[in-house]
Write a protein that binds this ligand. Structure first.
Ligand code: NAD
Length: 495
């Protein structure tokens, strides 16, 4: 192998002022892969000034439940760029996910995971796969608002906001445009969740015409996921909500050949974070054997983000050439395809030796560094729509089984001119009036009251007082509104 210790000098870009970057070496294999990745980036001429911070296991074990100290926040808020190695979350309860805390506290709304296969150099069933998953990063069930509502029933709120949905979908199109991608696909489950996932699909359809050069399509998530797993080459950029994206981006990374090869970017208006998608692989720690590719490719995304697309292309190409040359770490090494089994640092040496070269079979990044960071769409606030209260859902814990009995109990609170009981459902299925005896019922009942005309909060409060007097064990209310005349609530199944 030809070592080129002068590579860093050869690629130094004298005119660039080094960009401060907050760097966390992480836990487990983190320090080894971060050291290797930084060495490659610097040798390629990246103008970065790393500022190390400590996060993860040691910080958690000092009793800081978020895994990050106040000084680290200060560095992140100042540099606005975070290059992060994986961390170990200690076993046992009480530790908050550092990733979720950092992403949400600093408004990193988009998670971007490119998943491309490296056929024939890394074994995969999908030789033509080149997919980018763009996942909304802050909302959905990951708002983490959960309650145990009754003895039997637990709830997690799935929250979608219009501004955040518009921003992630527009970002997916901007990403496609900046990276010369031809198609954006949206996955949602709007056949079931007509308001939340329906909003996602509707906004996707609203925004698509602003990007006429980009082909668009929508798949219901279940069949979309099946198609992604069976024939990923049919997809290009896929945008989806937080939970779906969390699951499917791991699936997509895995079917490229190895989860150890994937990098990801968490993009925000104020701060962005770049990391490998894998964890800290503690059993491999200290052996100088882990594959640094995931973290290195996250570094490539970081360089594009800070406007050093030329250096990003140089690293990407040298890395691809190394893979093509069969210089492989243990996780992708295969007799027959691979040529040399290397250590973490050996892999870094091999990439550095190939800086300036391009891959022959794998696709090369444009050496002119034409890859640009996508425009970050602004949050758009719209004029509020006309909101009219038309009813209220009262959720009740009740241990009985016959909905007619509950209807009688609750009906005791109904007065002339006040809201009328129109439906009772159990876990979303209508059980009164005219429910089916076969429906399984828990102790969690929704009693839907509709106003005769429009209602108000005072009328809801009066109803609640009457329900309390009747001994109804209500656990939550949800007002029913029309927005510009359109119902802002779903019907019960069977209603
Ligand atoms: P993991 O991704 O760390 O490791 C799973 C297996 O994948 C490893 O045993 C190893 O065989 C292989 N592997 C992973 N990365 C590799 C690499 N770069 N090179 C070669 N092989 C590699 O997942 P895990 O074992 O479930 O989690 C370990 C720890 O990592 C846990 O504490 C978890 O909380 C943490 N974690 C952190 C992050 C993060 O910081 N972003 C992400 C996921 C998991």
């Amino acid at each position: 192998m030809t070592h080129q210790p002068s590579a860093s000098k050869a690629f130094q870009t004298a005119t660039r002022v080094p960009v401060p970057v907050t760097v966390a070496y992480g836990d487990g294999i983190g320090p080894e892969i971060m050291e290797a990745s930084l060495r490659i980036l610097e040798a390629a001429g990246a103008a970065i000034a790393p500022e190390p911070i400590e996060i993860g296991e040691k910080v958690y074990l000092r009793g800081i439940s978020a895994g990050i100290e106040p000084e680290a926040w200060e560095s992140l808020r100042r540099t606005k760029v975070f290059y992060k190695a994986p961390i170990t979350t200690p076993q046992g309860g009480g530790f908050k996910s550092l990733n979720v805390t950092v992403r949400k506290s600093l408004g990193m709304f988009a998670n971007v995971r490119p998943c491309a296969s490296l056929h024939p150099f890394v074994e995969t069933k999908h030789p033509d796969m080149d997919v980018v998953i763009i996942r909304e990063n802050e909302e959905d069930l990951y708002a983490g608002i959960e309650h145990r509502q009754t003895d039997e029933v637990f709830q997690c709120l799935k929250l979608f906001s219009r501004p955040a949905t518009e921003r992630i979908i527009r970002y997916a199109f901007e990403y496609a445009r900046a990276n010369g991608r031809r198609k954006v696909t949206c996955f949602s489950k709007d056949n079931i969740m007509k308001l939340t996932d329906g909003l996602y699909h509707r906004i996707f359809d609203e925004i698509a015409p602003d990007y006429p050069e980009i082909e668009t399509e929508h798949w219901i998530i279940d069949i979309g996921a099946a198609k992604l797993a069976a024939n990923p080459a049919q997809f290009d950029v896929i945008v989806m909500a937080n939970l779906y994206g969390d699951i499917l981006s791991d699936v997509a990374a895995e079917i490229t050949g190895s989860v150890g090869l994937g990098g990801s970017a968490n993009i925000g208006e104020h701060c962005s974070m770049f990391e490998a998608i894998h964890g800290s692989a503690p059993r491999r720690a200290g052996q100088n054997s882990a594959n640094p590719s995931g973290l290195l490719l996250a570094g490539v995304q970081m360089l594009t983000h800070i406007g050093q697309g030329d250096v990003a292309a140089r690293v990407q190409n040298a890395w691809a050439k190394t893979i093509e040359d069969g210089i492989h770490t243990y996780d992708i090494y295969r007799e027959g395809t691979s040529r040399e089994l290397v250590t973490t640092s050996g892999f870094a040496d091999a990439v550095i030796a190939r800086l300036g070269q391009e891959p022959v079979k794998l696709s090369a990044a444009s050496a002119s560094g034409s890859a640009k960071a996508p425009v970050i769409p602004a949050i758009i606030r719209r004029e509020p729509q006309k909101r009219e209260m038309v009813g209220v859902d009262v959720f009740v814990q009740w241990a009985g089984d016959n909905p007619d009995t509950l209807a009688e109990l609750v009906g005791g609170a109904v007065r002339d001119g006040g809201p009328k009981l129109v439906m009772i459902s159990n876990r979303g299925v209508k059980v009164w009036p005219a429910g089916l005896p076969e429906t399984f019922k828990t102790d969690h009942w929704r009693c839907r009251f509709m106003f005769d005309g429009l209602g108000n909060r005072g009328m809801v409060a009066e109803l609640m007082v009457r329900l309390a007097r009747e001994g109804v064990d209500f656990i939550k209310t949800e007002q029913l509104y029309n927005f510009d005349g359109e119902p802002g609530y779903s019907l019960g199944q069977g209603q």
